[in-house]
Design a protein around this ligand. Structure first.
Ligand code: URP
Ligand code: ZN
Ligand code: ZN
Length: 473
């Protein structure tokens, strides 16, 4: 197995930054050393197989994207990234672990859904991966399977208060799933939107002839997110289940979450780059059908109402714990176009798995978060939240050598034909300029990106069984 010494850089962790050298031996980190250390009299640089010069650069734990949907069936089509294309794009962007969602819908068996996801990923993934399990049909068999899955390293279960007839659970089903989760120590992930109310608003809008993409956002007002968030928290309090609310975009919903966190309940929140940077007015409201590129749920929110600035603030206060992508890409041609003339038929999702580390680093450049908080939000906290910490999310002896050398003096231009490896015919981030650059990426000690080239391979990535939420024990 190869040995690598990363010298001259500043190691940034969730708790601090310091000039340090990092010694990698095979798959794992062997040591984190004083710069130029001559440990026991040895010249490490002369003894290793390869030296990576990180002078002037940050050396950070590889990104952990805790929310992706490779090949998700949605709206009569499938998310356009496979595990191969999606994880290759992830690697390009400095994300070395993804946690994807295996799917069970009403009438299907959870174990069959999980088996199908293992089949999609095995041998095809360029970086390591774990699974959450979507439980879209809570019944006795699904509840029994939840316990079995925990022992297989699938320790978090996503429920939906939205998408009636597809993934939706009613309050009784949610209550039962939360009771089971509380018993087995699993975390419930919640898509918190009042889907029953939204469906009525959607039908009323369509009846008025309001068919453009912006009506996707207007028929999912913040009240529907806040109400569902509150209801989910109440059910979690009632049952004692740990609750993680995914893809939060409404400042009022996060305020509700923050209030219950202050009371000491185990409720956590995630947001995504699209809710920090993009808006109802600028993207979803783009002329004609263009806004379809940014149809996702929860929807992009109004900049006039200052949701974006408030979400950045909640990232600073710690009330929002994680930034994931909710990577769910669809091409414009033939996929987003399914909703021409009817916004409710536009498949929901945006592709960002390649750009999360860069987009959040721009928050560092703009003084919104510190470099340490960047690492915490993108790597360390998602690892701890989903039972991977120690192995992932940290550069320390014994940890997997998932490492990014990030150049804060570099530059990244995002867009098709520039930085774009996701299997999409457009970029939701076209024209974004980042004052930083992912230079080198190691996945379990293998250099998968360097010198502007991809050196990884499909099949290098392995399934990573996860433990329980490490904030709770
Ligand atoms: O629009 C979204 N978020 N698509 C993916 C499915 C989900 O709800 O996470
Ligand atoms: Zn969702
Ligand atoms: Zn999602």
């Amino acid at each position: 197995m190869a040995t690598i010494l990363i010298t001259g850089g500043t190691v940034v962790s969730a708790t601090g930054s310091a000039p340090m050298d990092v010694l990698v031996d095979g798959d794992t980190v062997a040591a984190v050393l004083q710069p130029g250390s001559r440990l026991l009299g040895t010249d490490l640089a002369a003894g290793v197989d390869r030296v990576i010069d990180a002078t002037g650069k940050y050396v950070v734990p590889g990104g952990v994207d805790a929310h992706t949907h490779m090949e998700l069936p949605f709206g009569g089509t499938f998310a356009s990234d496979t595990f191969e294309t999606g994880t290759t794009a992830a690697a390009w962007g400095g994300t070395t672990t993804i946690i994807d969602f295996a799917v069970q819908r009403t009438g299907e068996r959870v174990l069959d859904g999980l088996a199908a996801w293992h089949e999609k990923a095995a041998g095809n993934s360029a970086v390591d991966y774990g699974f959450h399990q979507i439980v879209g049909g809570v019944d006795d068999d699904a509840l029994k399977s939840m316990s079995e899955l925990v022992s297989e390293g699938i320790t978090s279960f996503k429920l939906f208060m939205a998408y009636p007839g597809v993934f939706y659970s009613d309050d009784g089903q949610i209550l039962r799933a939360m009771q089971t989760a509380a018993d087995i120590g699993a975390t419930v992930m919640m898509h918190a939107e009042n889907g029953i109310a939204i469906d009525v608003l959607v039908q009323q809008a369509l009846a008025r002839g309001e068919t453009d993409p912006i009506h996707h956002g207007l028929t999912r007002p913040w009240e529907t997110e806040e109400e569902a968030t509150h209801r989910a928290i109440m059910l979690a309090r009632l049952t004692g289940a740990p609750l993680y609310i995914v893809h939060m975009s409404a400042k009022q919903a996060v305020a509700t979450l923050a209030a219950h966190r202050q009371q000491g309940f185990n409720v956590f929140g995630e947001t995504c780059p699209q809710y920090l940077y993009l808006s109802l007015e600028d993207q979803l409201g783009a002329p004609g059908f263009e806004g379809a590129k940014w149809v996702c749920s929860t929807p992009l929110r109004s900049r006039a109402q200052e949701h974006q600035d408030e979400l950045w603030r909640y990232l600073r206060t710690g009330d929002l714990s994680v930034v994931s992508t909710d990577h769910c890409p669809f091409c414009f041609k033939e996929q987003k176009e399914l909703g021409l003339g009817d916004f409710s038929k536009i498949p929901n999702g945006i592709g960002s798995v390649e750009h999360r580390m860069d987009l959040l680093f721009q928050g560092v450049v703009e003084g919104r978060i510190t470099p340490e908080r960047w690492v915490e939000l993108c790597s360390t906290t998602p690892a701890r939240m989903f039972g991977l910490y120690g192995r992932k999310g940290v550069i320390a002896p014994g940890a997997d050598a998932d490492i990014v050398v990030y150049d804060p003096s570099g530059h990244t231009s995002i867009g098709v034909g520039k930085t774009h490896h996701m299997n999409m015919d457009h970029s939701a981030w076209e024209g974004f300029e980042i004052d930083g650059h992912v230079d080198v990426v190691l996945s379990r000690g293998s250099i998968v990106v360097s010198d502007g080239a991809f050196h990884g391979r499909a099949g290098h990535g392995r399934f990573v069984p996860r433990g329980l939420n490490q904030y709770l024990r």
